[in-house]
Design a protein around this ligand. Structure first.
Ligand code: MG
Length: 484
């Protein structure tokens, strides 16, 4: 494999590279399992990257990530809001399954149950170093913070950056009464109301430092940015960088952050040992006007079960293992990361519980004829079963929703107020009608009947607060009073 000269140099190269050892390649479980980096932005819309059609700002680094790996165009998060989307990402299970169906506010005692197994806990037995730098939002009581879920290191906000008593930073009318926003390191609050203009840069510096300290062992780095969730803040370096104002500036700083991560991997020769995933927790907060992103051709945004709420950009890069330049329109979900990461690292998927995600490595690695492993994807909000997608078809059952159509955008700055609307039983052909504009239920009664059957199965399995059904296979939430 190596020439004699190179072989003699190996000990020195190993020292130079921070004690790396050459990796033995095997099918799915290399001798040293790969590093995993998940970059998770907040409220970034489907069209808010250059490669997905952004207008007014550029994301050259993330676009390059896509060119060097795979980009998904039907990638779904399991909820159109922060906490449930994160619960699903980290556990591979629907938010209803783990009883985190809604956003967690600072006043609540609830968090992700400590008995839930996160990606970090999946990887710990394999010797991974684990860290989260950014927004947690799965419970802020000590027993619910990241240490309870397998993370060695934590630096960030416990929940959203608008959960503060400072009215200038709280876009929710009427302003909820929140305690001062803490910045947490480990289990300790180290600052109150931190300078939010520094958050993206500080998370990035932590991430780079973490990689540098763990060059010689596998690591899992979870980087859930606080941005571009409102209130938007950007460091001086990126103020005015884009042509569409603060929102574009914020995304360009995130693009810079991704560049810092990729440059660090390159510097230590870790490119081919590292899977990097970039995606967003839900769609854009459309009612916030110019402070919001864009879902492009998709209907509605955050807080709805239309495509704009849950279909998000998703890029995965692993040089040498994921061929460059792939684009897939197959239906995949954030929940799939859990079993997929298990597959590529050799970690054991828990067998004592239902994991809703599926291993999508065949799709990610460009296997010929690979197709989605999902018969159906269910759209819940908030705890109500609104819709199902199967193949090209998406069926909404009757439900209410917030809408940007007719919303009050005239209120000061970002205090816009959604209008309310109702949708009846509606079948959409997402291949022909990605914007969910034309109800074709009357033309395809057998499709409607089949999808209603899937809905009935999910109601029984996961429950549905719209019809008052308790799920048969639901696990409990963590409660601060009864958990360690
Ligand atoms: Mg969010």
């Amino acid at each position: 494999m190596y020439s004699p000269v190179v072989r003699r140099l190996i000990p020195f190269l190993v020292l130079l590279a921070g004690c790396q050892t050459p990796v033995e390649e095997s099918a799915t479980s290399p001798a040293r399992p790969p590093n995993i980096i998940v970059i998770f932005t907040d409220d970034q819309g489907y069209a808010d990257l250059g490669i997905y059609g952004a207008e007014g700002f550029e994301t050259p680094t993330i676009d390059r990530m896509a060119a060097e790996g795979i980009r998904f165009t039907s990638f779904y998060v399991a909820s159109p809001a922060c906490s449930p989307s994160r619960a699903a990402l980290l556990t591979g299970s629907y938010p209803q399954r783990v009883s985190i169906p809604r956003v967690l506010y600072p006043q609540l005692e609830v968090g992700l149950h400590p008995a839930e197994i996160t990606i970090a806990e999946l990887l710990k037995p394999l010797g991974y170093a684990t860290a989260i730098f950014g927004k947690w939002h799965l419970g802020h009581h000590p027993g619910h913070l990241p240490q309870a879920q397998g993370f060695d290191e934590y630096f960030g906000l416990p929940y959203s950056n608008d959960m503060t008593p400072d009215a200038t930073k709280n876009p929710n009318p009427p302003a909820r009464r929140h305690p001062p926003l803490p910045l947490i390191e480990g289990l300790e609050t180290i600052e109150i109301e931190p300078d939010q203009a520094q958050l993206t840069r500080r998370y990035t510096e932590r991430a780079v430092d973490f990689i540098e300290r763990n060059v010689d062992r596998p690591f899992f780095l979870y980087l859930p940015h606080s941005m571009p969730h409102l209130p938007l803040f950007v460091s001086d370096q990126f103020a005015g960088a884009s042509e569409n104002g603060l929102y574009g500036d914020v995304i360009m700083e995130i693009d810079w952050s991704v560049g810092q991560i990729l440059a660090t991997l390159d510097r230590f020769g870790l490119d081919e040992q590292t899977l990097v995933v970039f995606t967003s927790d839900n769609g854009p907060w459309l009612v916030k006007g110019s402070h919001s992103g864009s879902a492009g051709p998709l209907r509605e945004g955050k807080g709805t079960t239309f495509e704009g709420g849950q279909r998000v950009p998703a890029i995965m890069r692993w040089p040498g293992r994921i061929p460059p330049g792939l684009v897939s329109d197959e239906m995949v979900t954030a929940m799939d990361l859990f079993p997929t990461i298990a597959g590529i690292t050799g970690a054991a998927v828990p067998s004592d519980r239902i994991i809703d995600g599926k291993d999508i490595w065949a799709l990610m690695s460009g296997a010929p004829d690979a197709v989605t492993p999902h018969e159906a994807f269910f759209y819940y909000w908030p705890g109500q079963l609104h819709a199902v997608r199967s193949g090209r078809w998406k069926l909404h059952v009757p439900h209410g929703y917030q809408t940007i159509e007719g919303a009050d955008l005239a209120t000061p700055m970002f205090h816009g107020i959604y209008a309310q609307a109702e949708i009846g039983l509606s079948l959409f052909d997402l291949e022909a009608d990605i914007g969910e504009t034309t109800n074709v239920a009357d033309q395809y009664p057998q499709v409607v009947e089949r999808l209603l059957g899937l809905i009935a199965t999910a109601r029984d399995d996961l429950g549905d607060s719209l019809t008052g059904r308790e799920g048969r296979n639901v696990r409990p939430p963590g409660r601060a009073a009864v958990t360690p």
